[in-house]
Structure formats: structure tokens, C-alpha cells
Design a protein around this ligand. Structure first.
Ligand code: SAH
Length: 260
């Protein structure tokens, strides 16, 4: 019997219906698959039944990693490492389809890191099918003028097309988590704003969204050296709140910031 470790966000998906819905989101046959945090291998088993070309598993927990070694052999490569310490860009020379019931304590960190490190031309994955805590998923898919809109949605929408697949009740996991979950589907965008350094988008959104209820005048002036010209030219009303600016405005502002 495996004892789930809270520190590693271990909530194993046990609902077969949900597992099937997740793996049926994309065609797996003959594809190269990466699974993050396979745990006891519930999802992995079904992925393998679909005859992928190859499956790479990244599992930080050594006990689970050893268990997976015994359970699966053919076409499976198990990496017993922390996903945050892996250079995802060199995992595979072919484009990967990524599945993951992510450990919730680091799910936004994983997604942000992947987005910020994406190459301009060659993206290392073709699709991501990822499970998040529902509140986090709501933030990722939120649009401007809504309460959930923020840094995460601006960052994610910069490089990714995002679609909600399904909500998953906490009862579908063992041990049962305190929150519900949501599966999201991501696809790289072909056209996107090019930045000198994507960290600048992170910086702009961090400073703008620092105080959600306050006007953007202050953060704007801090970033743009008290010069309101750029805002005027872009038609941005500095009395608005950060959630009132749409995605494109944040991307344009980042470009302008990079050419100050
Ligand atoms: N996919 C499985 C388990 C999900 S629980 C299922 O749905 O049943 C999250 C899994 O991520 C656990 O197996 C946990 O050990 C693993 N994990 C936690 N932190 C990790 C990290 N930093 N890198 C890789 N795996 C991690």
C-alpha cells in the first residue's frame, strides 16, 4: 500500500471515467508522450493502452519511481527527478504531448517556467493536457474585466491557446483533496508578440497587478519613468484598474517597455 505524501501533492486520480476523458483529448497512438508526476501510474496505464511511440515519465518520488520501473517496461523511460529542475527544451528531439495531474503546490510555477522558457521557433510540445486546482484553472482561462483575470492569464495567453476540458470533483482522487480540479488543454500559438526577454512581461504584470483595486497610474508611471506619452498614444486611461486592460495591451506595453 502506497502512503500518499502531502508535501509532494500526491492525490491519485482513481475515477476511470475521468482518466478516459483525459487521455481521449488528443490522439496518442504513435506519438511521443511525457507525463509529469505519474504517481502510481493510473493515467500512464491508459496512455500505454493507446500504443504511443514512447512515454517519458518524470516522477520526483523515488519510491513511486521504483514502483513504476517494476510496473512498466516497454517503451517507458522513467526520470526520477524534480520537474522544476529539468530543462524541458531538451527532453526529446520530437515534439511531445504532455499529460499531468500536477502537484498543486507547484502547478503555476511549472506552467510559468515552461512559458517563459519557450523557444521562439521550436516549441518542445504539441499539446499540454494538464490538471489544476479549479481556482488556478479559473485564473488561467479568465478574460479581462473579470475578477480572476491577472498575471497568470496574461502570461499563459501570450504563447498558448487554452481550452477547458472538464471539471473534476474532489471525490475522484485518493486521498481526497480539499479542492476541486479542472483539466485544461493548451496548444502553442503560431503568432504571438515577440519580446527581447519574456521576463519583462512577467515584470510588467507583476507591477501592474500588485494592487488590483487601485488605478494603474502609479505602476504605469513607475515603469515608464513618469512619462504618460506612451499611454496616451495607446489610448490607455490611467484611471482604470489592472483587470481592465486586455491581453494585447499588456503585450504592447511590454514591447514599449523594452524599447524605452
Ligand atoms: N498522475 C497521478 C498522480 C498525481 S499526484 C494520478 O493522477 O494518479 C502528483 C504527482 O506528482 C505525485 O506522484 C508526486 O509524487 C509527483 N510530484 C510532486 N512534485 C513533483 C516534482 N517537483 N517533479 C515531479 N513530480 C512531482
Amino acid at each position: 500500500m502506497i502512503r500518499a505524501k502531502k508535501s509532494l501533492g500526491q492525490n491519485f486520480l482513481i475515477d476511470q471515467n475521468v482518466i478516459n476523458k483525459i487521455i481521449n483529448v488528443v490522439e496518442i497512438k504513435d506519438k511521443n508522450i511525457l507525463e509529469i508526476g505519474p504517481g502510481t501510474g493510473n493515467l500512464t496505464l491508459e496512455i500505454l493502452r493507446k500504443n504511443p511511440k514512447k512515454v517519458i515519465l518524470i516522477e520526483k518520488d523515488t519510491i513511486l519511481s521504483n514502483l513504476l520501473e517494476k510496473k512498466f517496461q516497454k517503451n517507458v523511460e522513467i526520470i526520477n527527478k524534480d520537474i522544476l529542475k529539468i530543462n524541458e527544451n531538451i527532453l526529446c528531439d520530437r515534439s511531445l504531448i504532455v499529460f499531468g495531474n500536477l502537484p498543486y503546490n507547484i502547478s503555476t510555477e511549472i506552467l510559468s517556467k515552461w512559458i517563459l522558457n519557450l523557444n521562439k521557433n521550436k516549441v518542445w510540445f504539441s499539446y499540454l493536457v494538464l490538471m489544476f486546482q479549479k481556482e488556478v484553472a479559473d485564473r488561467i482561462i479568465s478574460k479581462f474585466d473579470t475578477k480572476d483575470y491577472g498575471r497568470l492569464s496574461v502570461l499563459a495567453n501570450w504563447r498558448l491557446k487554452i481550452k477547458k476540458i472538464l471539471d473534476v470533483n474532489a471525490d475522484c482522487f485518493r486521498p481526497k483533496p480539499r479542492v476541486d480540479s479542472t483539466v485544461l488543454f493548451f496548444e502553442p500559438k503560431k503568432n504571438f508578440f515577440e519580446f527581447k526577454n519574456p521576463k519583462n512581461l512577467e515584470k510588467i504584470t507583476r507591477i501592474f497587478f500588485m494592487h488590483r483595486r487601485k488605478m494603474i497610474k502609479k505602476p504605469y508611471r513607475q515603469l515608464f519613468n513618469n512619462d504618460d506619452n506612451i499611454a496616451t498614444k495607446m489610448g490607455i486611461d490611467l484611471n482604470l484598474r489592472p483587470q481592465n486592460l486586455n491581453f494585447e495591451t499588456y503585450y504592447e506595453l511590454t514591447k514599449k517597455y523594452e524599447y524605452l
